[in-house]
Design a binder for this molecule. Structure first.
Ligand code: 6PG
Length: 254
């Protein structure tokens, strides 16, 4: 592992053992930022680069839910100069709640996107107000139609739960039920149902960045790097060749 200091961030190109399936590991690039603000600045810059385009074909950005990336989303209104008309924003998952529910990722994120000038028509949400199966089916169709229309996903953000989940994929059963699906309905540990993109879909995102901050996530960040397939998040991205872990010093596993 070679550590390089880049723009104040430590970067290590740590290549996990690539073993033959099913024990293959994960290629992972790790970046450590001095603090949450520096990480949010960098995440915002990565989002702005895709948002601005130009894009010859529809370009999707996958947004992580949860609290960690909100600081990056909040920075967009100050950084976005233009939004390419071919860019569409999707969510890695959402709870099965109406769009105005306090626990809706869409409710918490959409105002930040709109204040950055991103048109509502370019934000594709989970319709949590529908019955679960219908919400799953409709969101899966939106993703499938996007790919069918020649769309691609140059960038996706993911969070990492302290229990090792990502998106709303919490268990081996969630992975199994979503095996050949684009999206899957789940029962979350917090008692809510949820709609999540599946590992199959996440593997189609060309660049995946896990944004992880805080000392409470350090152990799980270390597991994601050193023993990825021992946790759900690592199983989800098994075999993906462009995964990055962006953390602050508090969550930095080295
Ligand atoms: C969600 C997310 C989920 C989240 C992690 C980390 O809907 O909650 O998609 O996967 O990213 O739970 O959440 P925090 O960033 O709040 O720690």
């Amino acid at each position: 592992m070679n550590l390089r200091l880049i723009r104040g961030a430590f970067e290590s190109d740590l290549v996990m053992d690539i073993k033959p399936a099913p024990a293959c590991g994960v290629m992972m690039r790790t970046l450590c930022f001095p603090d949450e603000a520096a990480l949010a600045d960098a995440l915002c810059a990565a989002l702005v680069e895709v948002l601005s385009g130009p894009h010859a074909k529809p370009a999707g950005i996958l947004l992580a839910g949860g609290s960690t990336p909100l600081a990056a989303y909040a920075r967009l209104s100050r950084q976005v100069q233009r939004v390419d008309t071919k860019v569409y924003l999707f969510f890695s998952d959402d709870r099965h709640v109406p769009p105005n529910h306090p626990q809706s990722n869409y409710r918490n994120i959409a105002p930040l996107l709109k204040s950055a000038g991103i048109p509502n028509a370019q934000i594709i949400r989970v319709e949590g107000e529908r019955p679960l199966a219908e919400a799953v089916e409709k969101y899966a169709r939106a993703i499938d139609d996007f790919f069918q229309a020649g769309g691609h996903f140059p960038l996706g953000l993911l969070g990492l739960g302290a229990d090792g989940h990502t998106a709303s994929l919490f268990s081996a059963d969630d992975l199994a039920r979503g095996k050949d699906q684009t999206a899957v309905g789940v029962q979350r540990p917090d008692g809510l149902a949820g709609v999540s993109l599946t590992a199959k879909t996440l593997m189609r995102i060309e660049r995946l960045i896990f944004a992880v901050t805080g000392v409470g996530k350090r152990q799980m960040a270390e597991t994601l790097v050193r023993n990825p397939t021992s946790i759900i998040a690592g199983q989800v991205i098994r075999g993906h060749r462009a995964v990055e872990l962006w953390s602050d010093r508090a969550a930095w596993p080295f």
